[in-house]
Design a binder for this molecule. Structure first.
Ligand code: RM4
Ligand code: MN
Ligand code: MN
Length: 426
């Protein structure tokens, strides 16, 4: 499409000499410490994160929305955008669809297009938090609603999402339930949860054998007094009762300020109850900011839990789903997603540098200072040469954002799609 392999090679040739110097310096330092560069590179190369179909246009806030121009007008164009990200970063190989925003009109054609961009279909997301012309309103809830007819409709919608995903080769359903209440007295907590469990049971029962249910939690918003699934405990409670294939999805923005998310991740993984991630970053709430832009140390600590938990055989690395969930109000979404993919891999690579044997010894011996030193040492290492080398080996761009800007991709997209296009999403 817009950028050829030759374009990428030409751009890389400008940066490769400098890259080789920094890569050689870092490699010799790490090898001296007994770290296998080859092993780390292969892990970085194979780590792929799904891009959400709703993050390719400008997101809005409740106060307004500022378009960025050239936003994808269709699912086809969304896939083209993700294809470009894949080509440049070599860090994504799948899209996570939101239904009904992204129902394909021609399945065979969409599958073929996605394949031509090396893109597959990750978990599909249902939507019962908006009214979009369905018969009954979700104003007062969906899966938890007091009216069984509304619950039935919401369950049927989730079944339809499974059907859509099934035709595309997806293997998971993500449920984020916005249900809750705005005022004390509005809702019975217990009845709402019981109704939700019953609805989820029906959805779970209709999933194919090789599917998993990823159950998200969120403390507040759009409801501000109570949310039916506000935290990981409630999500876990439901998952445990539903069955083995229901697990908790951690969206990094869905915690109250200062929550120790790495501890939540460690505990869920220890119980084989972690479905996967929605990556983003936040300062206050569900801000959906660029991953790693606010709390990179937290992201590193989360990855350390993941790597440790997987190596200790609590849960396999492959059983975890990796997805971005972001919203862009001021940045070009494609540039933001490139930054996001990079930040996630940086945190992952740093976590792989941690000497866990020594860390364990220091923990056992109660050596608090040295335990912290181990973490700091890994976190403060500039691992970008490793990421660049991995990209180079996979045929990606050494400097994805530079080449994107140099070729004026956004300008081209605006010319092709128009200044005022609006991608489906929030
Ligand atoms: C929610 C939640 C869901 C996402 C919607 C758009 O806050 O994070 O995962 O599907 O936003
Ligand atoms: Mn989410
Ligand atoms: Mn969210």
């Amino acid at each position: 499409m817009r950028l050829t392999t030759e374009n990428i090679q030409e751009s890389n040739s400008k940066y490769v000499a400098l890259h080789q110097k920094s890569f050689a310096a870092l490699s010799s330092q790490l090898e001296h410490e007994g770290i296998s560069i080859e092993k780390i590179l292969s892990k970085i190369r194979s780590f792929q994160i799904a891009v959400p179909s709703w993050a390719l246009g400008a997101g809005g806030t409740r106060f307004g929305r500022f378009g960025i121009g050239g936003e994808p007008r269709s699912l086809e164009e969304k896939i083209e955008d993700i294809g470009l990200l894949a080509k440049l970063t070599k860090s994504t190989d799948a899209v996570s669809l939101h239904i009904p925003w992204d129902i394909p009109s021609d399945y065979a054609a969409i599958m073929q297009l996605a394949k031509s961009h090396n893109i597959g279909f990750d978990a599909v997301n249902s939507n019962t938090f908006q009214d979009y012309g369905q018969e009954k309103s979700y104003k007062f809830g969906s899966l938890s609603h007091n009216d069984p007819k509304v619950r039935e409709q919401a369950v049927a919608h989730n079944k339809q999402v499974i059907e859509v995903g099934g035709k595309l080769g997806s293997k998971g359903l993500t449920v984020w339930l916005a249900d809750g209440s705005n005022f004390p007295g509005q809702q019975s907590f217990r009845r709402a949860l019981d109704n939700t469990f019953e609805s989820l049971q029906k959805i779970y029962a209709s999933m194919p054998e090789d599917w998993k249910l990823l159950l998200e939690y969120k403390p507040y918003e759009p409801n501000f007094y109570s949310t039916v699934i506000p935290d990981w405990g409630t999500s876990h409670l439901l998952c445990r009762q539903l069955g083995d294939r229901a697990k908790v999805l951690v969206d990094l923005g869905h915690h109250l300020p200062n929550t120790n998310i790495e501890q939540i991740v460690g505990i869920l993984l220890g119980q084989n109850q972690l479905a996967g991630f929605h990556f983003n970053d936040s300062k206050f709430g569900d801000d959906d900011l660029t991953t790693g832009s606010i709390k990179p140390y937290q992201l590193f600590l989360i990855f350390l839990e993941l790597v440790a938990g997987a190596e200790d055989s609590c849960q396999t690395w492959e059983s975890i789903s990796w997805m971005i969930d972001a919203s862009h109000n001021t940045k070009d979404p494609l540039e933001d997603l490139m930054q996001t993919l990079e930040a996630i891999k940086i945190a992952y690579a740093k976590s792989l540098l941690v000497d866990r044997v020594k860390l364990n010894e220091h923990q056992i011996n109660g050596d608090v200072v040295m335990a912290q030193e181990i973490l700091q040492k890994a976190f403060l290492t500039d691992v970008r040469p490793l990421l660049k080398e991995a990209r180079l080996q996979s045929g990606g761009a050494l400097e994805p954002i530079s080449i994107y800007r140099q070729h004026e991709i956004r300008k081209q997209l605006i010319q092709k799609r128009g200044e005022n296009t609006r991608a489906t999403g929030l």
